[in-house]
Design a protein around this ligand. Sequence first.
Ligand SMILES: [Zn+2]
Length: 304
Amino acid sequence: MGERQSAATVSPRDPRALAKAIEVTTSSWRAERRAARVRRRATLLHWLEDSLFGYRMPPAARLISEAEWRRDSVDVFCWRCGATRAPFEDLQRGCAECRERRLSPRGLTFHGVVRLGRYAPPLSQWVPAIKQRAWREMGIILGRELGHQVAEAIASGRIARPDAVVPVPVHWTRRLLRGIDHTSTLADEVARVIGVPMAQPLRARLAGRQTGASRDSRVGNRGRFLLRGAALPDDCEEVLVVDDVRTTGGTSLDAIRALRGLGVKGASVAVCAVADPPRRSAAGFGRPSGAGGAFGKRENVDSF
Ligand SMILES: [Zn+2]
């Protein structure tokens, strides 16, 4: 009798009703599974669009004009390290930050650094997004701007005219994962503007991540680049090394050191943004006044 009662509580007495209940449960379970599959596919597509193709990034040219961004005039930063110049600072032998520091390997003439601006909004939002969001359009526009900045620096005798433009190499796995070779994108445009070939004689060893690494760990991260056999143009003595962001200068120093093995005698560096040393950035030298949001109304790249 106890058995009958418990059967009655868990299932209807009518076998047809029981079958019906099972069918409803099964079909709702199937529907849920189908919905989950659709959701997963949508997420994957969204991720592909976001990370590989950069389709979801806003139009770069419009953002730049809305932010009223302009590249720095060459007298607002140190010719030697690219840091923002303090008011009335004498830069003849470099700024107070770099005067005592070795910025290039021995036996090589270092002409200095050309930058678009300091690593602060909007550049600190646009430049990392080129590699993190495969934002090719922004890479091309900023690369072109950097090319014009370099052309001005050459015309004014600030740096030597290079025989080749060399991007800081990115490890192939990162290139593949990001869907963009951001330094080559920039270097390609620089080379085009100044009418000099781009060359890629270096390859990167897979080292620790740079993004988010502390200044100290970056300084210690040496010997990251190897020669890969592809040559520089004949009689190439002067190179321009192109990178996206400069922090300590360790990356470009490593690249120049590796290039010295190819008979390079002089080097300059061109970067989109220079992160000022902590002292200088805290003082707020060269901070723009009343700059709008880097992405229009929205402040953060992650909101896209
Ligand atoms: Zn300096």
